[in-house]
Design a protein around this ligand. Sequence first.
Ligand code: BG6
Length: 506
Amino acid sequence: MTTGEPPPNPFAIGLEMARRAPPVVLVVFGASGDLTSRKLLPSLAAVARRQQLTDSFAVVGVARSELSDEDFRKLAADAVPDAGPEWERAVSGFRYVQGEYGEPATFDRLRQVLEEVDHDRGTQGNRVYYLATVPDQFATVACALGEHGLSRPRKGCFVRLVVEKPYGRDPQSAAALDRAVHTSFDEDQVYRIDHYLGKETVQNVLALRFANAIFEPVWNRRYVDHVQLTVAESIGVGHRGGFYETAGALRDIVQNHVMQVLGLTLLEPPATVDAQGIRDEKVKALRAVEVLSPDEVSTSVVRGQYDRGWVEGQEVAGYRQEEGVAPDSHTETFVAMRLAVDNWRWAGVPIYVRTGKRLPKRVTEVAMAFHRVPHLPFASSLARDLDANSIVVRVQPDEGITMCFGAKVPGPEFRVRTVSMDFSYGASFMEETPDAYERLLLDAMVGDPTLFIRADEVEQSWRIVAPILEAWEEGAAPLARYESGTWGPREANRLIESTGRRWRRP
Ligand code: BG6
């Protein structure tokens, strides 16, 4: 442990709003980059506005761009217009260190600046380092922090390392990154980000299951026919074509976001909802997901790439025409697959996953599709419009839960049709839902690792994903094409329809 104090229970009622970061310096590597301006600074400003930062808070930006302290303060102010007086006060103490990540001089300078900030802002030697650089610099920075004596906390202080995704591009590189990180930091200092875990509705899967007597009893193979997890995006790759060419949907979304949401959906009830309880159970659930053989990859995984088409009323280019993308690229922008879970609760329940860019809309949801009733006590012709029951956790954008069940259609006949009952976050809670990064940044500063990924979870998700990548490299599952604005290639429909089921239309 770095502080000696147990982390606060994040689910304790009322605690969330009362949470406040202790005195701390957030050191952002990659400070002049896109993630910093688009996500980190606006999220910090929101945390500041909610009075969850003390005056003993500062950001030290580190990057290669030539910026002065003043330039960086301006960048931080411009990134969040009208953020309010708390942000203005915080920004006035921000500092900037310019340098190469591999150069000792950068870290000597950083040490000096950190001491000055401790003196000027009272940040007491507490540090959270945030790796928001390009991924191939993660190991360099982590090692350099150790070599310069910046990774170990002084007595009574804390030092933590937040690592952005992607965490490796295969099991070997993820393990190599772990080794590099662990030369400088203990595992309990390491906070691996998956911003999906910071989304309120992802956490709501736990509330739904474990705070209610009516759901958990049916959350298993006896009642659930299959599970559908959809992470659909209407956007294309935009200006990230160069990066995306090295990633693809499997690495970009499935290895991290999908596996995390799946872990939370499938896990056994933890004894306690805390960092160890949740993460232990997630690892156990992921460990039970069966690895696909090369033959199974051919039959159970569909990979697709978008062509030109129309999305949300706009004509859009195909993936191969995007900036930074090779004209004959074979990178997948869509994946659909069927997984199996080898444990008591889920044996025989197929898990269908689909994710893609340039689909008709942005929607993330987890749907539990239940078995049909064993017998209908009325003519089946009267139940043509009746689907099996389902519970859908709508992660975004319209956060909430939908239950679909049959109801009698008014009239003289006993006609039954599927209807839905909705719970909507927006309508039920007056509070604004914080952005995932607000929650995660605050958690990292407070020292609560519950919503961060442990090394063994990374290992488990690569165990599932790597054999698919390898089979693809060997030629399994040819790339299918789909028109932008559709729900992916026809092969994805066949994957599920061959078993008499069909994809939900979210
Ligand atoms: C990121 C991926 O991790 O998640 C992006 O790299 C993707 O490609 C994004 O667009 C989706 O996040 P969200 O929060 O918009 O669903």
